[in-house]
Design a protein around this ligand. Structure first.
Ligand SMILES: Nc1ncnc2c1ncn2[C@@H]1O[C@H](COP(=O)(O)OP(=O)(O)OP(=O)(O)O)[C@@H](O)[C@H]1O
Ligand SMILES: [Mg+2]
Length: 456
């Protein structure tokens, strides 16, 4: 319930307003003058103050001033006498949200009050969201001590303040989106929107109307006109993710927007100017796509103003323990588990693995391990890694003195058992089915590999 402090010296007016506002769901504290309003305020600020400006024992403007200095977020509506617009303007300057001129309708007060409270709420919500975005996406959220990473972060910091277009490249799961958000969050545009578009996920017609909006009647389902994401990102940043996936036709349209910073809604004629920073990302080599004539060269040059390459995890192995510990702590907290660390042997596996899926894969592997682990440390058996983890597997299958077919096949078997256990969430019957073997055979094999499963 919203608290309203209502200050008016005229008893009948005060009672009427009190009654009507209470009926509307407000908790109303009436005050008949300056002094009693001050006493009420001393007990804590209300959500809204409705005050007459002319009071027998003081000035309503003074109450407004006091409220704004102690609790600036309080909504204030002032009531002025007919013909004193000058005071009303003064009140607005001091931070009042609105004013009513006597005589007024009670309905009018209700509307004015509701609107002002709604506006205030939106404003607070907005500030909160922005603050949250800022604290969630600052640079220190990017974990990385490897020289290749610190270099990338230094470059990120250097390009953030200006408006240049940034092209972030890197394999899948390296953290391109994380980098894009951090870039926005430390840029002067941080108070405006960060709008993210996955260019690879939508068919052309949809993508076009998402990006540029459409006017009413532009196509069969366009019952209403809609603004596009470029417009939504006005004064902020737009993140064009997987830009290498766009079709040639779409590339032409993007080029126009990127080049001229102007968009035209689908079916519209008006050109809308937009002030936006463009951050693009790709997990494919755009240079290669240009060479293959699948990506327009002119668009490539427009996007590749400041290239930022996020290195794959295997090029920064020193970050693996940091990231693994970070994810461990996060999932342990989320799942409320009693798990302190990753065992030494398990960490060795993580360090040796090639991480084709990069940080995202590591995040998933740790999450699954936290789910499956029953001891107080993550054991190697809980790490379900992809085929690239087969020791002596993909990399080292040179036949020769060292080679043993049995050991080689054993390794593959172990790998697949782990994978099946991971996919089935530890359910052995399900894992056996995934491998196309009987539960009996599955038990035999897990025992052979010392896959310490608790009996289930
Ligand atoms: N350096 C890092 N520090 C902490 N978390 C990271 C780091 N890099 C990536 N992550 C996390 O890994 C996950 C994948 O990152 P993100 O989505 O940014 O990758 P991406 O490069 O955009 O991947 P894709 O190409 O698949 O879209 C996210 O949960 C992200 O928070
Ligand atoms: Mg991404």
């Amino acid at each position: 319930m919203k608290k309203v402090l209502l200050v008016d010296d005229e008893p009948s007016m005060r009672e009427l307003l009190c009654l009507m506002l209470r009926k509307d769901g407000y908790e109303v504290q009436p005050a008949e003058g300056f002094e009693s309003a001050r006493r009420a305020l001393a007990k804590g600020p209300p959500d809204a103050l409705v005050t007459d400006l002319k009071l027998p024992d003081g000035d309503g403007m003074e109450i407004l001033r006091q409220v704004k200095s102690t609790a600036p977020e309080t909504v204030v509506v002032v009531i002025t006498a007919f013909g004193s617009t000058q005071t009303a303007i003064e009140a607005l300057k001091l931070g009042a949200h609105d004013y009513l001129v006597k005589p007024f309708d009670v309905e009018e007060l209700k509307i004015v009050l509701r609107n002002a409270l709604e506006r205030q709420e939106l404003k607070e919500e907005n500030l909160l969201l922005k603050a949250e975005f800022r604290s969630r996406h600052t640079l220190d959220r990017i974990i990385g001590v490897a020289p290749v990473m610190t270099k990338m972060i230094t470059a990120l910091r250097a390009v953030a303040p200006n408006n240049s277009t940034v092209l972030i490249s890197g394999e899948s799961g390296v953290g391109k989106e994380l980098v894009a958000k951090a870039l926005h969050a430390i840029s002067p545009r941080r108070d405006a929107a960060f709008v993210s578009v996955n260019c690879g996920a939508l068919p052309d017609t949809l993508l076009e109307s998402e990006l540029f909006g459409h006017v009413r009647g532009a196509f069969t389902d366009a019952h209403q006109s809609k603004r596009g994401l470029f417009e939504a990102a006005h004064h902020g940043s737009i993140f064009l993710d997987e830009v290498g996936e766009t079709s040639p036709a779409m590339q032409v349209k993007l080029l126009r927007a990127v080049q001229e910073r102007r968009v035209r809604r689908v079916g519209g004629t008006e050109e809308i100017e937009i002030d936006v920073r463009i951050i693009a990302a790709t997990n494919r080599s755009l240079e290669e796509l240009v060479r293959e004539r699948r990506f327009r060269e002119d668009l490539y040059y427009r996007l590749n103003v400041i290239p930022l390459r996020v290195p794959p995890l295997r090029e920064r192995r020193e970050d693996i323990p940091l990231l693994a510990d970070h994810f461990l702590r996060r999932f342990v907290k989320e799942m409320g588990k009693n798990l302190a660390a990753i065992s030494e042997n398990a960490m060795r596996l993580l360090l040796d693995y090639d991480w084709p899926g990069n940080v995202r894969e590591l995040e998933n592997v740790v999450e699954r391990a936290v789910v499956l682990e029953t001891t107080s440390q993550i054991q190697p058996e809980r790490l379900i890694l992809g085929l690239a983890a087969i020791p002596g597997g993909s990399q080292n299958d040179d036949l020769g003195k060292e080679f043993s077919l049995d050991a080689y096949l054993d390794d593959i078997e172990l790998k697949l058992l782990r994978k099946a256990l991971g996919q089935s969430g530890g359910d052995r019957s399900h894992a056996a089915r995934l491998l196309g073997i009987t539960l009996r055979s599955f038990r035999y094999r897990t025992k052979k590999h010392h896959l310490g499963l608790d009996s289930k």
